[in-house]
Design a protein around this ligand. Structure first.
Ligand code: FAD
Length: 552
């Protein structure tokens, strides 16, 4: 990136994984960053998140950490679901492209945070100030100030904008920003034990058991982790007492019911009650709210940290575009539009899972038992079994930045393990590419993350970019055949020869166009400038674009 703009740094509040990611991505765009965290130093005790999704590894790859997180984690490709002793179904994850990353790796959040810290330490544009508890935010039309409590007394830190990622327990900051955090807390508790043991054959699968004889009427989830560690997650009654369970030997019995008579060591244990909440606004003037500070979901689906990282990426490129003068400040409104919609989708998906896992009424419990019993033989009932829909990127189909394509109507949430057919709003599949003059770029997503990318089909006319675009706006135009002489890229996108595709800096498709004249308005929309939306003309959907997948 070019020289950073002068002026105040961007503030990142909270050095958890979402704040770390935001800081690294902002620095990647050449911006100075000051990170403020309440803690005196990083305390690496226990692990919350373990399960990191492919597209999140890819975001971390942009800041030099993704490959190492993937290498240190355990790759798993299959999700298996059981009712009592019967396996109901299993599925593998689809990749419409050729990502270098597996669909999921399991790794301790502590290790992820350590790896991100290493990248931060190597980044001269980022300064981390531990021991700074942000207690208030003040802002005017030109900057924002974080009011902090420190051991040396109160301190004020000025910035141009702020990304607030202080996690779930930040009611004071949410209040200071005038945000509500509506939602609910679930009654049932969940007991998590990370145990080190030897379980041959379980190393590459996530297993979900409904009503196993060793936890009747409830469920147990088992995930493989690095270093021969397995996370076992039991649903336990609301009055469960971990200390009493340990003292009575009940915990040892529980663990042995799962792993049998083999030696084990408990690495971490905890009891959680889950919440489902979202703030009413994710942008408050010069402050973008991200991660657990903005939304909380139950971990069944691994959508917490995974979606927080995507908040960070969305906010970082938009702040960079505004601060570098490539886009108007109104681009930041789309941060709320896109990431709040993503949070609502996550709430919807995880709430449905929790209704199935923790039925609220005897009637719901009977329905669940009926579904589980039928699922042993009936594929339709299997589709109703909800053991958690795993994290996936949100599709910005209705975003103000997206130019709709009437020939590519969004078919809705794809089936379990599947990803949507590429279309405006959807995250593009990744593919190998070779970019003339850029031997360092070997994948489509790497290319996309350089700025705005315009891909031209074989027969499409080269668009002339308007002179009204801000001077240094990073727009790169490529013929698809120059990036890939074969058909991998064309096939992965489903691109037709007469089409022009516009990709955003987070690799989501902004537009698919058939007229070079529509490229400029699509670019304007993608960067938050008002542009007329093409009037949708009803057109027949070509067969190859109509690969609709059913809703899960
Ligand atoms: C049991 C469990 C399992 C989970 N499993 C998964 C999973 O598999 N996959 C997944 O994606 N997610 C999972 N999650 C969710 C995931 O752990 C969180 O979404 C993630 O930690 C959120 O990161 P964050 O950076 O937003 O917040 P945090 O990790 O909470 O970090 C917040 C940071 O802000 C600092 N801070 C707080 N207040 C202030 C303040 N006022 N001023 C300055 N600094 C402040 C804190 O010290 C901290 O460093 C799980 C959660 C739980 C509880």
């Amino acid at each position: 990136m070019t020289t950073p703009p002068s002026g105040a740094p961007v503030l990142v509040l909270g050095c958890g994984p979402v704040g770390q990611t935001a800081a690294l991505l902002l620095a990647r765009w050449g911006l100075r960053v000051v990170v403020l965290d309440d803690r005196r130093e990083r305390d690496l005790v226990g692990s919350k998140a373990i399960c990191q999704q492919r597209d999140v590894l890819d975001v971390w790859d942009a800041v030099g950490a993704g490959a190492e997180v993937a290498r240190r984690g355990v790759t798993w490709t299959t999700a298996r679901t059981f009712h009592r002793t019967t396996e109901l179904f299993s599925f593998r994850f689809v990749d419409r492209g050729q990502s270098p990353f597996p669909p999921f790796v399991n790794i301790s959040q502590c290790v992820t945070e350590e790896l991100l810290d290493e990248r931060i330490a190597a980044e001269p544009l980022i300064e981390v100030r531990w021991g700074h508890r942000v207690t208030g935010m003040e802002q005017d039309s030109s900057d924002v100030t974080a009011v902090c409590a420190t051991d040396e007394g109160p301190a004020s830190v000025r910035g141009s904008y702020a990304v607030a990622c202080p996690g779930a327990r930040s009611d004071d900051l949410r209040t200071a920003l005038g945000l509500t955090f509506g939602g609910q807390t679930f009654g049932d508790q969940f007991l998590i034990c990370d145990i080190r043991t030897d379980l041959p054959g379980w190393e590459t699968e996530r297993r979900f058991y409904f009503d196993p004889e060793w936890n009747p009427g409830r469920q147990v989830l088992i995930h493989p982790c690095p270093d021969s560690t397995f996370r076992i997650d039991w649903q336990v009654p609301p009055d469960f007492d971990l200390a009493a369970e340990e003292a009575s030997g009940g915990l040892d019995t529980r663990i042995r019911q799962v792993i049998g008579d083999r030696s084990y060591e408990i690495v971490w244990k905890s009891v959680y009650r889950f919440q489902s909440r979202v703030v009413d606004r994710m942008r408050v003037g010069r402050v973008l709210v991200a991660g657990d500070a903005a939304h909380l979901v139950s971990p069944f689906g691994a959508r917490g940290l995974n979606s927080g990282v995507l908040d960070a990426e969305n906010g970082a490129w938009k702040l960079a575009f505004v601060l570098r003068g490539w886009a108007p400040e109104s681009l930041l409104d789309s941060y709320h539009a896109e990431r709040h919609a993503a949070a609502l989708e996550n709430l919807d998906v995880t709430a449905a899972t929790m209704r199935f896992l923790v039925p609220g009424t005897p009637e719901e419990a009977r329905r669940r038992l009926d579904v589980l019993e039928r699922a042993a033989t009936d594929p339709a009932a299997r589709a109703e079994v909800d053991s958690g829909r795993l994290a996936e990127p949100f599709w910005y189909v209705d975003s103000p930045l997206t130019t709709p394509d009437p020939r590519r109507p969004f078919p809705g949430r794809p089936a379990r393990g599947d990803v949507p057919v590429p279309a405006p709003g959807v995250l593009t599949p990744d593919c190998p590419v070779s970019v003339p003059g850029r031997p360092d770029i070997v994948r489509l997503r790497q290319l996309a993350r350089e700025g705005i990318t315009v891909l031209i089909g074989d027969d499409a006319t080269l668009p002339s970019l308007p002179e009204t675009l801000p001077g240094e706006l990073p727009v790169a135009v490529h013929r698809i055949r120059d990036l890939d002489a074969g058909s991998t890229l064309r096939d992965a996108l489903g691109v037709r020869p007469d089409e022009v595709w516009v990709l955003r800096p987070d690799a989501h498709v902004a537009a698919v166009l058939t007229s070079a004249a529509d490229v400029a308005p699509a670019l304007a929309r993608a960067t938050g400038r008002p542009a007329p939306v093409p009037v949708p003309v009803p057109v027949p959907v070509p067969a190859e674009l109509a690969r609709k997948t059913p809703r899960a």
